[in-house]
Design a protein around this ligand. Structure first.
Ligand code: NDP
Length: 283
């Protein structure tokens, strides 16, 4: 079995990003990512810190705007609009979830689609489904990069994606379709899931249920992408797939951790750098 090692690829890409950032800086443009966090959700704090750390590591400018849990929607909209107009800001990311008094859709819609590095805005999602250039959600983007780096061509393959969230399943389906795969999206209401997943040349598990998929769910020789991140009671992190059971059955598979996860932040940096490149071209 070929291990689809996301950490190794992420490390390689990070080094390349460091060099690109250095070149951009010589041209007078420092790529800048601003992460906005509202409230003090501990998981969000960890995610935002790791984004900050990565940005700093590759030489980018990064700023964390921490707003109180009582922030109103109007206040947050004002912050987003100010960032939209700030020429030095390339990427804007509002960490989700937001407190109840704020409508997430209103905020995501307010982010300038050209700075929407999470790729969640309706404009970017529309572009993605129209197969037009735009910013793409980072986890699905990372999956495509990881498969490509291992010369796994999705064209003509039966791809079954289990999970239909806006951040993983749906945008990944669009990317796969754009890359000429035949795509099926499954979810909790899918009838006879096992029969379906067994047809997959490439199976993507993104449901958030530890070890849900075993040998009886997967065709021999298939490629398996495990997006799930599940923290068990003993503190260990595991995916949606039974890695040990499947490793002698499939042709390639991502581990958890060190598979899809490390690619997500790497794609966030990549998109921010791409936006900064456009800024450098404008001069
Ligand atoms: P959501 O909870 O938003 O979506 C889960 C999806 O799985 C839903 O579409 C749901 O169906 C489906 N589902 C749940 N149970 C079943 C089941 N028994 N059979 C079939 N389908 C099922 O999750 P996310 O997409 O946000 O995340 C999925 C997993 O990926 C999580 O473990 C998360 O931590 C991880 N993740 C990892 C990332 C990374 O960087 N590696 C990034 C983002 C997420 P329905 O729509 O019908 O409810």
């Amino acid at each position: 079995m070929e291990l689809l090692d996301g950490r190794a690829l992420a490390n390689e890409l990070t080094q390349a990003q460091q060099m690109t950032v250095a070149t951009l800086k010589q041209q007078g443009v420092t790529p800048k990512l601003v992460v906005v966090m509202v409230g003090d959700d501990p998981a969000s704090a960890i995610y935002t810190q790791s984004k900050q750390r990565r940005a700093t590591k590759i030489g980018m400018a990064s700023e964390l705007k921490r707003l109180s849990a009582e922030t109103t929607e109007a206040d947050l909209l004002a912050v987003v609009r100010q960032l939209n107009t700030d020429e030095t800001v390339d990427g804007i990311l509002v960490q989700l979830p937001l407190p109840k008094q704020i409508n997430e859709d209103h905020i995501i819609r307010a982010i300038d689609p050209q700075k929407d590095v999470d790729g969640f805005s309706p404009v970017n999602i529309g572009r993605l489904w129209l197969n037009q250039p735009g910013l793409v959600a980072c986890t699905p983007n990372g999956i495509m990069r990881l498969l490509a780096a291992h010369d796994i061509d999705v064209a003509g393959k039966n791809v079954v994606i289990v999970g239909r969230s806006n951040i993983v399943g749906r945008p990944l389906a669009a990317l796969m379709l754009n890359a000429n795969a035949t795509v099926t999206i499954a979810h909790s209401r899918t009838a006879d899931l096992k029969a379906l997943t067994k047809t997959a040349d490439i199976l993507v598990a993104a449901i958030g249920k530890p070890h849900f998929f075993g040998i009886e769910d997967v065709k021999e020789g298939a490629v398996v992408v495990d997006v799930g991140i599940n923290r068990l009671e003993d503190g260990t992190v595991t995916g949606d797939v039974d890695f040990e059971a499947l490793k002698s059955h499939v042709s390639a598979m991502t581990p958890v951790p060190r598979g899809v996860g490390p690619m997500t932040i790497t794609m966030l940096m990549d998109q921010t750098i791409e936006i900064a490149k456009e800024r450098a071209k404008r001069g």
